[in-house]
Ligand binder design. Structure first.
Ligand code: DAH
Length: 338
């Protein structure tokens, strides 16, 4: 014969075992199975408890009923909590595999060309230069005319590019920003202009049809070639090493007179010792360029330079092929994350 004491003992056991079963259910299926085992109408443990209750003498039923309801409440609460923990979006077919190794966290890196631009910008910022930007779709006049390229001059051959309209093209260098800046601000002007430029070049180991340049411009009253040389040597010493020697070789660019190319003597740590590496073109800004920008060339003078940060990144990291810098290949780029 079933007694009230039997029922209370059984009710405790069902509440305890049922709760353990619910907490152990990691997957949705296991939780559903637990629900049937515990609360299922036909075979559920709670149903068996009801059956015991029906067999008790009438005077015990009130106390027994309260115990059955309390048990049911405990189990329903446990289900509600487990249900919420599983969430509605969990992938029901795949349990979490707690033995799986943790995920590797990724360490991001600055692209080697961006790193060179950032370092150069930081050095020139200390020397009093501000960043200036200009459009990549440029007019012929800003890209060539205002920069003293005579029409059809052979110097333009190296600057073949994509024309967007009769008069607009993808800029072949950042030098047009010199003119745009001088039209907007009266000297003294000291700017650094990093930006993308375009040329009709094949994509090979040493050329890219689109690449970064950094332009520099310094215009004020009484600025001379001495200022150019002093500033650019100071830059080279900070960027390479304190003892780096520089040399200027005469060169031609239509927008400067005189024009030069600057080499730095560097050891690239490749066992070949020190050698001269060309890093930039520079010169005293041509009076025609100042006048084109509306600046009085009798009153003001100054100097400018242009360099290619990708080339600098290549020599710094001894890269054999410039395309490595454009491929976005993580196997190459992740090396710079350390
Ligand atoms: N714009 C030139 C080029 O792309 C580089 C350059 C040379 C810029 C001399 C300058 C400069 O400002 O003075 O080839």
């Amino acid at each position: 014969m079933t007694t009230l004491a039997d029922l209370l003992t059984r009710a405790d056991a069902i509440a305890h075992d049922g709760t353990v079963l619910i907490h152990a259910a990691i997957t949705r299926e296991a939780l559903d199975a637990a629900r049937i085992a515990v609360l299922g109408r036909k075979q559920g443990q709670l149903t068996s408890l009801m059956a015991m209750l029906a067999a008790l003498p009438a005077e015990d039923r009130r106390a027994a009923g309260a115990a059955v309801n309390a048990t049911k409440q405990v189990l329903e609460d446990a289900f509600a909590t487990a249900e919420a923990a599983h969430g509605t979006t969990s992938d029901q077919s795949r349990p979490d595999d707690l033995t799986m190794p943790g995920r590797d966290s990724w360490i991001g890196a600055v692209h080697p060309v961006s790193a060179v631009i950032d370092e150069i910008s930081a050095i020139f910022r200390e020397l009093g230069f501000t960043i200036a930007l200009g459009p990549e779709a440029e007019t012929e006049w800003y890209n060539f005319g205002a920069l003293n390229f005579p029409p059809d001059h052979p110097a333009m051959e190296a600057h073949d590019t994509l024309y967007l309209t009769e008069d607009t093209l993808l800029r072949t260098h950042t030098s047009p920003v010199q003119v745009r800046t001088l039209q907007t601000y009266t000297p003294p002007v000291r700017i650094l202009c990093p930006g993308n430029v375009y040329r009709r070049d094949f994509f090979d180991a040493t050329h890219a049809p689109s690449f970064m340049q950094i332009e520099g411009l310094c215009i004020d009253e009484g600025v001379s070639f001495v200022d150019l040389k002093a500033t650019l040597s100071e830059f080279a010493r900070r960027f390479y090493s304190g003892s780096s020697k520089v040399r200027l070789r005469p060169s031609f660019f239509p927008f400067v007179e005189p024009g030069a190319e600057m080499d730095v003597e560097v050891d690239l740590n490749d066992g070949k010792g020190k050698r001269w590496v060309e890093i930039l073109g520079c010169g005293m800004v041509h009076p025609n360029v100042l006048e084109a920008a509306g600046i009085d060339s009798e009153k003001y003078s100054g100097w400018a330079f242009g360099m290619g940060p990708a080339r600098i990144a290549m020599s710094r990291h001894k890269l054999p092929d410039i395309r490595l810098l454009y491929d976005s290949d993580v196997r190459f780029l992740e090396q710079f994350a350390r």
